[in-house]
Structure formats: C-alpha cells, structure tokens
Design a protein around this ligand. Sequence first.
Ligand code: ADP
Ligand code: ZN
Ligand code: ZN
Length: 678
Amino acid sequence: MPKVAQVEPITTARALRGPFDYNCPDGVEVGSVLGVRFGKRELIAVVTALKDSSEHELLDPIEVFAASLPADLVALAPWIADQYCSTPARAFSLMLPPKGVRERSALFASAARQPQPSDRLTDNQRALLSTLPRLAGSELSALRRLEGRGFVTLEAQAQRRAPLHAEVGPKAGAEGPDLTAEQVEAVAALLAADPGEQILLHGVTGSGKTEVYLRVAAEVLKRNRSVLILVPEIALTPQIISRFIARFGETVAVIHSKLTAGERYDEWMRLRSGEAQICIGARSAVFAPLSNIGLIVVDEEHDSSYKNDSDPRYDARHVAARRAEDHGAVLVAGSATPRAESWQRLRRLTLPTRVDRMALPEVEIVDMRGSSASLHASTYQALVDSKKSIVLLNRRGWSNYLSCSSCGHAWECPSCDVTLVLHRASGTISCHHCGHRERVPERCPQCGSISIARHGTGTERLETELPGRVFRLDGDSGDAGAVLSEFEQADVGILLGTQVVAKGHDFPDVELGVVVDADQTLRFPDFRAEERTFSLVTQLAGRSGRGEARGRVIVQTFTPDAPALVLAAQHDAPAFLAGELDRREALRYPPFSTLIRIVCSSAVGGAAQESASALQQQLPGSLGPAPLFRLRGRERSQLVIKADDRAAAVAAVNLAVAKNAKLRGQKSVSISVDVEPQ
Ligand code: ADP
Ligand code: ZN
Ligand code: ZN
C-alpha cells in the first residue's frame, strides 16, 4: 500500500509548482482531489502520483473530495502546461468541477473517528442541532464539526439539479431519417476509421452533418464507449443539444456557461461515474471526465471560440486531438468553412449538397465605391421586399468615433489608444476595450467648438435606418436568447447584429442575409482575416433560404474583387482554401509554421518595450518588438515567432520568459505567451 501522495496544489501562482508530498489516506488514488494545508493556507490539490516513502515529514490531508479526475486528465495537465507555456495547476483548474459545491468523499467521511458524545456543545452547535431538518449549505462546515464529534451522521444523498431542458424521459428517441447515400458513406468511413484518426467532414449548412454525428454516436454507444461533442457557443446553438437529447435521453450531459455551479457539478459527476455517456459542451467541455471515449466531434471547427483567451491559452481542437489519441477515439471536425490547417492536414469526407436538395443562396457583391450611405439603395429595396432578413454589421454603438469639426480633436480613451464609440441610447461615449465611459460631450475640450462630427455607422444607428421591425442582437442589447426567440416567432422583421447573428441558429424562413461592411473583417490586421471573411459570408448564406424560397445574400464592400468575397459568392470553398494555403506557404504562416505571440505590458513608461527587446535578443529569429496600442493604461509591446519546430520554440520561449522575469527593473512588466494565437 503506498503511503505517500504526491500532489499538485491548485493555485494561479506560477512560482508554486508541485509535486509536494502528503500522507496518503486509504483509498486515495492518482486523480483524487484533496484539501491540504500548505503553509498557512488551505488549498485544493490533485494527486499526481503515489509512492512508498518520502524524505520529508508529512502532513495528513484535511479533506478528500468526492470528485476525482480520471488518470488521462491527470496526464493531460502537464502536457497543456508545456504546449501553452502555462502551469499544471492552471490546467487542473480547468478540469475540476466548479468550486464551492465540492462534496466530501464518502470514503473519507466513513473513516472519521467516532468520539463519545459529550455535552460540551456551544450554544451555536446546540441551536444548529435543533434546526437540522431545514439546513442550507452554508451551515455545512459547522455540521461537519458536529459530525466529527459523533453527534450527527452526514450522508450525501444525490439529487440531480436538472439543467434547463431536463423534461426528457430516459427513453431514447426516434431513429432518425433514412440517410442519403453520402451520409451512409460518411458514417461508414467514420466507423471504420483508425483509432486516434482525425477526419474533416466538409459540408454546407443543412447538408446533414449533425445527422451523421448522431448515427456514429449511436454506434459508438453500442460499442460501450463514450462520446464528446464540442460546439462553439452553446447558448446560441440550442438545436444540436435538443437533437441529441431527443435521440439519446438522459445519457446526455450538457456543460455550458448558463448552468449554475450545482448543475455543472452534477453533470460533471454523471459523466465521471459513467451514468452519462455523451457530453455536449463548449470549449471547456474538452476536459469532460469521460472514460473510454470512442468519438469526439468538433462542430463548426473553424470557430474562434475554441481558443481560450486567458492562461492557459489552449485550443480545444488541439486538446481534442490529443484526447482522441489517448483514448483511441475518432475525431470528426465538421464545418462548411474549414480552417486551412484542417483542409491540409486531415482526411476529408464531403457532403456536397443540402439534404433538401435546395440550391445554395445566390450571393451578390455590391460595390460601395462612390457611395457614402451605409446601405446601398438596392440593398434597402431588397430588405423592403423580404419578409425576414438577417443584417450583419460588426460594429456596436451609434458611430465609430467623434471628432471636432473645427480643430480635428478626436475623443479617445484615457487608458487605451483607441477612439471612444458613441452610444446614443445611454448618452455615453465608451471604450470597447476597457469599458471606460463618459457623457456625450457638448463641446470640444480643446477649442470649445460645439460642432462635433460623428463618423461611421454602428448597429445602434443602423437600427434606425432599416425598414420595418428590427431585432437587434449585439453586446448592448441584453439577453441574446430572448431576442433570437422573438425574431424566430415573428412573421416579418430584420435580425440586426454583430457576427453572432451568422452563428449556428436555424431560422427556417429567412430569405435574405446582408453583410453591411465586409471590409470591416477583411481589413482586420491578421493573417486569418480572409478566412474569417470567407467563413462569415458562407455561414450567413447557410442561414438563409432554408424554407421554400431559395434565399439571397448581399455583401456590401469597397473591395469587390477580393478573392475571399468572390469565391464565397461562388460557394467555392476548395478554390478559396487552395489559394489561401498557397498564400500562407509563401508567407510561412500556419499550417506551415507555428506562431507564438509574446506580449509584454507595463504601466511604467518604456518598460514593456525594454522587456520585449531583451526577449528579442534571447530569441533569435523572433519578429519585433512592435508596439501595440495602449490598453487599460498599460503600454504593450509584441514579439512574434514563426517556428518550424513547435516543441523547441515553446521550450525556448519558456526559458527566455523565466530568465527575463528575474531581471531587475522588470517587476512592473507582465508577459503573456500565446501559442497559436487567434
Ligand atoms: P448540418 O448539421 O450539416 O447543418 P443537419 O444534420 O442539421 O445538417 O440536417 C439539416 C436538416 O435536414 C435537419 O433538419 C435534419 O433533421 C434533416 N436531415 C438530415 N439528414 C436527413 C436525411 N437523410 N433525410 C431527411 N432529412 C434529413
Ligand atoms: Zn475642437
Ligand atoms: Zn479603454
């Protein structure tokens, strides 16, 4: 019997890294989650290994929790740390069930001593005993002290907190429709794939990809293996969840941000115990505690929400591939607009047509050169003529920025070097990066002029220019779900919003989609700008014309010849991706290299730039340092590395950053490393 548990304490401090040794209570295994005393603090810790002896004097853990991690996740954490320049503890914190609702392990409770009851109770404890039948969670720790002294016995009784949509019986639902020949072929290919193989399922919206996932999932369950389904933003894609629940019933566990901590915990435990064998969730569900995974689906694999934007900056698609390998599972990446990376690297299956055999919508490019209105006259007319439309404009607020017509003064954020955006309804101008707000100015602070010009059009302003009833969906318009269901129920109307409107929802009766300013995404200074624009137009096309009418998409632009637009209009993803891969190869962008971005930031003038220069010296071949705009009062400077060998480059960066942190005068600088930034 091992006597010593090596643990990794869960803390965000980079300097504090395990393993540390503790006494190992009976029954504790690799993956067990303990409460341990660490100096003066009490921390949660994960057992990463067991051994027979230690050269240290050891403490007992104070708690053993009911939730434990499966061994494959224990091994995944250090890998995440290595791949994304983070720490195992930070990786573990992504894997553990939510804080605050952790239950104590039955194992540990039963091992508690049995002291003689004594009458030395405090008034508090006596009062508590008399109210036992109506206890809330907050009294739990007091109760545990009583339990420890033998006055009461605590027994965990599971009562599942059912998430949103739990009015589903245990029965599995319908069998699903007869598959098309292409679907049959795709299902067969996926079921015959090699363990760990990754396959791209390329098919336009409505080509029957989800039906393929459902069929393969059913087979995988029959083989007694589990299924992991990743989707972009679950609150915006309820349809796929309800289809899985309708078909498979209670074996489906759903993990998403709208769940309470309690619901999340319960779903996590159902997966961990094997009671639920299908997990559907957004990015973080890639760490679901499933065992023996047979199938991993990454739906809408091009979606940027798969990348985590805080440390560890993991990419769920990359982690999913690693888990598929660990479990010998097949990974399916599905999309109408796959990433160039996936197009090049993965075996491809294609669903070439919509299941309903309807032609794809006609996409029309409208040249806006010489026009100053936000909507072209023909676009306006098309909106008048259509019953239901979706209009996409990637800019919130009323107008882009304000400037003084007399002296040219432009209103900028005091903490970030960006202009403030006018929000007329709230009477404010605000920074979309840090949230800084001011009242709308009446006069110029520089010259006193009251003549203030408003430039550019955002969704708030466009709303007033559109014909008919408008349903606005953007960061300012409150509950997205409510807006979407109102729009869905309406017979006539326009859904106006930032790019969320192009994502995932199924509205069967939308006839028209409009991209108001395609250049907005196309001009974004990033090598993925073209890919994102292509995808945006294609996704919008996928959202329209699903009822009786064929559907139509209008794209307004000042660059009507841009390949991303022309090829999107021709629905030609293969041609677009071929061109895109050529371009990336020439420029040595992914998938022909791995990008690593290092951002140094500091509130002290010049420090960020200095730190980035020092790093540049240590990382030969790195590009920069290049100044970025000031954000939240901090100057920023960036280095970019295009690496052929990812592992070697990440190791070199880790080393350089650690060295840099020790330098004098760098205390004010924080350094963030993003491997494969989005
Ligand atoms: P995608 O995931 O590619 O958008 P779906 O699987 O959602 O496609 O299919 C689009 C629609 O067609 C859905 O309503 C689905 O129920 C239906 N469908 C899928 N496959 C078939 C089929 N073989 N026969 C009839 N209807 C189908
Ligand atoms: Zn002025
Ligand atoms: Zn700001």
